[in-house]
Write a protein that binds this ligand. Structure first.
Ligand code: PLP
Length: 409
């Protein structure tokens, strides 16, 4: 049974008060809060096992290596990866995508090739490809969105062709709450002989994910958005593709043999893990996916789907509100604008009531331009949020509306 009260007790920060108000944390798309067992895993690692991994033969080095590799296996299982060979630890989604754009893009893209992205990409899945395109002469193309924020798949069909070398798409939008048809895109990419990269920063924390079922070649996500610590994330790639790629960062641990003028490289996944990794954080991520697995991602999804639907309904009651994205098939976040109130002023006013929401361009400036707004306000929910928090948000927004009414132009 999904017992949200019991779940909330696992998160010490949810007891915090901001002034005299209990914290309402609705900025989960930016980063999630951490359950006690993740905090405990970090403390235990540093108190009992801390050492550098893979190199030492002493007890602590062996324990630290075992904990790190155990985490890799847990995360691989959580993402439905067929094994650990293609499971590379990175700092997060941004680094994972940069890794692909450099190590695969620089080697495989040529003038005349195309990388197909979408209008809804986070800057993390856009800027690395701009850099790769500049370096190689490849061209970036973009699947547009329809009025409701869903991808125009007919146009995608026209855009994917023999020149397409890679299709990259966010699985779930951090602005529109859309769940993109990445399985279909992956199939279209495969038929055209292109690779498929899925930015799973907003899906892995919230939906059941199975990289094999998605049919993608690369999948990226961030530990800190899925109950884990900051500083650790994942790139899963098909081993046969990773094998052919050049290294991304050079240094210790990613090598097999080093001569003064050249080197050979380590096996996967170590070839892409240069230098000392964020070991404790990776161990913490293992504890996070253990917990997510215990709760069941189907249950997490259902809880957030219901809460998102409730929030959509309650927010719609506010006069003049604009909610972005489709009405149905949403993840648990809501981006919106209120007339005559700048989203920044709004989030500042809400902060005084202990309510944390996000305002801004959400690292999706091209999408903001497409929507015709400089910024939106965004309330994003997670597995521990409850309807009363939505009610507090809506009541605070109604008060903010009244506060700003005299200043309306
Ligand atoms: N992609 C999407 C869709 C995101 O929402 C985010 C973070 O907000 C990122 C990528 C970047 O994640 P990180 O900053 O953890 O690398």
């Amino acid at each position: 049974m999904y017992d949200v009260d019991e779940i909330r007790r696992e998160f010490p920060i949810l007891d915090r008060r901001i002034g005299d108000k209990r914290l309402v944390y609705l900025d989960n798309a930016a980063t999630s809060q951490k359950p006690r067992r993740v905090l405990d895993a970090l403390t235990k690692y540093y108190e009992r096992h801390n050492a550098n991994i893979h190199r030492g033969v002493h007890r602590l080095a062996e324990e630290a290596t075992a904990a790190y590799e155990e985490s890799r296996a847990k995360v691989a299982r959580f993402l439905g990866a067929p094994g650990t060979t293609g499971l590379v630890f990175t700092r997060g989604t941004t680094e994972s995508i940069n890794l692909v754009a450099y190590a695969w893009g620089r080697k495989n893209l040529r003038e005349g090739d195309e990388v197909l992205l979408t209008e809804v990409e986070h800057h993390s899945n856009l800027v690395p490809w701009q850099l790769a395109a500049q370096a190689t002469g490849a061209r970036l193309r973009f699947v547009p969105i329809r009025e409701d924020g869903t991808l125009d798949m007919e146009e995608a069909g026209r855009l994917i062709g023999p020149k397409t070398k890679l299709v990259g798409c966010i699985h779930a939008s951090n602005v529109l709450a859309t769940i993109n048809p990445v399985v279909k895109l992956a199939r279209m990419a495969r038929e055209a002989g292109a690779l498929m990269l899925v930015d799973g920063a907003q899906s892995a924390p919230h939906l059941p994910v199975d990289v094999e079922a998605l049919g993608c070649d690369f999948f990226a996500c961030s530990g800190h958005k899925m109950l884990g610590p900051t500083g650790v994330g994942v790139l899963w790639g098909r081993p046969e593709i990773l094998e052919e790629m050049d290294p991304f960062l050079g240094g210790g641990e990613m090598i097999r043999e080093v001569r003064l003028d050249h080197s050979t490289y380590n096996d996967l996944p170590y070839k892409f893990e240069a230098g000392t990794m964020n070991i404790a954080q990776a161990v913490g991520l293992g504890a996070a996916v253990d917990y997510l697995g215990e709760l069941g991602m189907e249950n997490v999804r259902e809880h957030e789907r219901r809460l998102g639907e409730y929030a959509y309904g309650r927010l719609s009651e506010l006069e003049g509100i604009e909610i972005y994205g489709p009405k149905e098939e949403r993840t648990g976040l809501v981006s919106f604008s209120l007339p005559d109130v700048h989203p920044h002023d709004l989030s500042q006013l809400l902060d005084e009531e202990g309510i944390a929401i996000r305002s801004g361009h959400h690292c999706a400036q091209p999408l903001m331009r497409r929507l015709g707004v400089p910024a939106t306000a965004r309330a994003s929910f997670y597995l521990y949020n409850v309807e009363e928090e939505v009610d507090r948000l809506v009541e605070a927004l109604a008060r903010a509306r009244e506060f700003f009414r005299p200043y309306a132009i």
